[in-house]
Ligand binder design. Structure first.
Ligand code: SF4
Length: 368
């Protein structure tokens, strides 16, 4: 038998949400027929199967969703204990959990911290009432402040705040307010996402009906404002959508951008291991059933070529402030981008300027 591929980065998809946001394209649903306990047991079964297949030795764990903070404390404890039985968690360097501001208190945050969670990522999106209303969020600025206080009080070492720009009706001054309000709470990390209109969402319908329009100039203004305001306060813009205090970058995301293998657990989660990629069934009840029967619920398995993997890695690294080695880029194309002010050479690497970051995906396509 050949040597098993070692996987050090694990993503766990928790699909439950109390309310469904009208812009959200992730696989999620309200808690319903599947109990949290059955869900957690299926996750353990899936991890067991995967660990038989490859060697799972997590350095980073990322619980995303959905809303992982909805998992009840007792279910959470059993899940964490079970995971520790299946795989060796002693080498974990980062354990991230996504949370919604109104779904937990300090006691719950303390349970997470005791389990080993090092980083909680709060889905905030905005601090102005107008944007929060359009996005269908059920929290306000006071809830976010209380959530950050509870996380700090419960002993969570690092806090991230997710924000969103180019929300329909959002003005530059609203975005300015959100950025300043986020910084005032002194998180370790701030992510700023440009709204995209995702398949099967109410937002896409409203966009396609012509009610809302895209505007790349407006996107650029929002993007540049975030870069300027956070930059002035010492935040490192280390990836197109991510800012960190020095030393507080997300290890999990960095590994993903650098092309590391990752295992995805939970309905709809994607894995890339040893050149194979698959997606899990995006249906919680059927995912549970299939794991009970087969041990896994994998779909759409494909073998990726080295060229495909290399191109993905190139496009992801290009979005980071680290950039790519010079010899990955054709000289004349690199020179064209540099002469247009879209790229530069820093410490012997090819990096995008702030202007280039705004069109990073187009530049990756141009260079590939
Ligand atoms: S944005 Fe977050 S909270 Fe809202 S539906 Fe999507 S996963 Fe759930």
């Amino acid at each position: 038998m050949g040597k098993r591929t070692r996987v050090e980065h694990v993503y766990v998809h928790v699909p439950f949400c109390h309310r469904i946001c009208p812009y959200c394209g992730f696989y999620k649903h309200q808690p319903g027929k599947t109990s949290y306990g059955d869900f957690a047991n299926a996750l353990l079964g899936e991890l067991r199967f995967a660990h038989g297949d490859c060697e799972v030795v997590p350095r980073t764990l990322y619980f995303g969703g959905g809303t992982p903070s909805l998992l009840p404390g007792a279910v959470w404890r059993d899940l964490v204990t079970g995971m520790g039985r299946e795989v060796d968690l002693s080498g974990l360097e980062e354990w991230n959990l996504e949370a919604n501001p109104r779904t937990f208190d300090e006691a719950r945050a303390a349970i997470w911290a005791e389990s080993g969670v090092t980083r909680v990522s709060l889905g905030v999106q905005a601090f102005d009432e107008g944007s929060l209303g359009v996005l269908g969020r059920d929290h306000g600025p006071a809830d976010v402040a209380e959530a950050v206080r509870a996380l700090r009080g419960g002993g969570i070492p690092q806090v991230n705040i997710d924000l969103m720009f180019s929300v329909p009706g959002q003005r530059l001054e609203d975005w300015d307010l959100s950025l300043r309000a986020a910084m005032e709470l002194e998180p370790d990390h701030i992510s700023t996402y440009n709204l995209t209109y995702e398949e099967d969402t109410e937002f896409l319908q409203r966009f396609e009906s012509g009610e809302w329009t895209a505007d790349s100039d407006r996107d650029a203004e929002f993007f540049l404002l975030a870069d300027r305001l956070l930059g002035e306060s010492g935040w490192m813009h280390y990836e197109v959508s991510n800012f960190a205090r020095p030393g507080r970058e997300s290890l999990h995301n960095r590994a993903y951008w650098a092309g590391a293998d990752y295992l995805g657990l939970g309905p709809s989660a994607v894995s890339t291991v040893g050149g194979d990629r698959w997606r899990n069934l995006p249906d919680t009840a059927r995912w549970v059933q299939q794991i009970q029967g087969l041990g896994h619920a994998r779909l759409d398995a494909e073998r990726l070529t080295d060229l495909q993997l290399g191109m993905e890695r190139f496009a992801l690294l290009l979005r980071t402030s680290e950039g790519v080695p010079m010899d990955w880029v054709e000289e004349d194309l690199a020179e064209n981008l540099r002469s247009e002010g879209l790229a530069a050479v820093r410490d012997g690497r090819f990096v995008l300027t702030i202007g280039g970051m705004m069109v990073a995906d187009e530049i990756a396509a141009y260079l590939c």
